[in-house]
Design a binder for this molecule. Structure first.
Ligand code: AVJ
Length: 329
């Protein structure tokens, strides 16, 4: 196996300039918000990896178990696969699990990893390099947003079938119109016959969702509050972190867990790099994340609207998690 890095990055603004622009825009909305994609600086990514090991957060474990137990079946449906693409590979462990579970020996495989974080791309590449695979695997990394990365893959893909992975319930961060639009763009970057595997957390009893997003160790709280640390560090702001508290709520009407940061006292915050001053009263909130939860049929429906036909669905009943395999129609 011979991984090589070929970063394909977005042109234009620097990531820091974009962060400042987004902070200015989202913090002046009503209600105040911050985009959840900014959780993942180095510390935020490490905190997320810790969340994945918490006994109360079942997504990662359920998905890994399904990939290990059903990987062979999944890949058999998608055959003959010559290209694997993962949107947001994280540590690369889930991809490695799938490859170990059932790739055809001797088959040449190209893996494209798409992520905005160079650290994630690095880690995932190394995980794949360490894999004892029965065939040679070429790894191509794309430091880009999912859609831009997929377009780059579409331009340089070889012949043969492509299986794209969108795992970890990352789709849960899109609101319903956003999920529709995103999946249509994914479909547009694929060829008919290509397959897509989507991992989705399922609607489950509220106490379980509450524990998953407000764990007794406070790791999720730290993950949430780290966003303000990042704004302090990168944009020169002076948020008093001690005075912002983590809150997770299940919004049943919208089928989503929301995370908020709640000001514990009055606070005047300066964010120089975003040319912004914000006043908080005690109890004021910043909405930092939505994690939409699906029913198994909802997943098929949203994928159907985007131009995919269902092939199979595997469900972990204990943790309430689904892997859904569809084919581009
Ligand atoms: C990575 C977006 C799937 O929504 O469950 C974990 C992020 N937020 N705990 C999720 C997260 C709080 C996670 N996703």
């Amino acid at each position: 196996m011979r991984p090589f890095a070929a970063p394909v990055s977005d042109a234009g603004r620097s990531a820091l300039e974009q962060f400042a622009i987004d902070v200015e825009y989202y913090l002046t909305l009503t209600p105040r918000q911050l985009p959840s994609r900014y959780f993942y600086d180095a510390l935020g990514s490490a905190l997320f990896e810790a969340i994945c090991r918490l006994p109360w957060y079942g997504i990662t474990r359920a998905e890994r178990d399904l990939l290990a137990r059903r990987g062979q079946e999944i890949l058999a449906h998608a055959e003959p696969v010559s290209t694997l693409v993962e949107l947001g590979p994280g540590s690369g462990e889930k991809l490695a699990t799938l490859i170990e579970a059932g790739l055809v020996p001797g088959r040449r495989l190209t893996v494209h990893l798409i992520d905005v974080s160079p650290a994630a791309l690095d880690l995932a590449s190394r995980t794949l390099a360490a894999l004892e695979a029965p065939q040679s695997i070429d790894v191509v990394t794309h430091q880009a947003a999912y859609e831009a990365g997929l377009e780059a893959v579409a331009r340089r893909r070889g012949t043969g079938r492509m299986l794209t992975l969108f795992l970890g319930s990352n789709i849960g961060n899109f609101d319903p119109p956003g999920a529709d639009a995103f999946l249509r763009n994914v479909r547009a970057a694929l060829a008919a016959g290509d397959t897509l595997l989507v991992g989705t957390d399922l609607v489950k009893p509220e106490p379980e969702l509450q524990m998953a997003y407000d764990d007794p160790l406070g790791v999720t709280a730290a993950f949430n509050r780290n966003l303000l640390m990042r704004i302090n560090r990168e944009l020169g702001a002076d948020f008093n972190i001690n005075e912002f508290h983590h809150r997770a709520v299940w919004n049943a009407a919208e089928s989503r867990v929301e995370m908020h940061l709640v000001a514990g006292s009055r606070q005047h915050v300066r964010i120089p790099a975003a040319s912004l001053d914000v006043d908080f009263d005690a109890g004021d909130t910043i909405w930092t994340e939505s994690s939409y939860k699906y029913r198994p049929d909802d997943v098929i429906a949203v994928l159907g609207r985007a131009g995919f036909r269902p092939m199979d669905q595997w469900i972990d009943e204990i943790d309430g998690f689904a892997l859904t395999l569809v084919v581009a129609a």
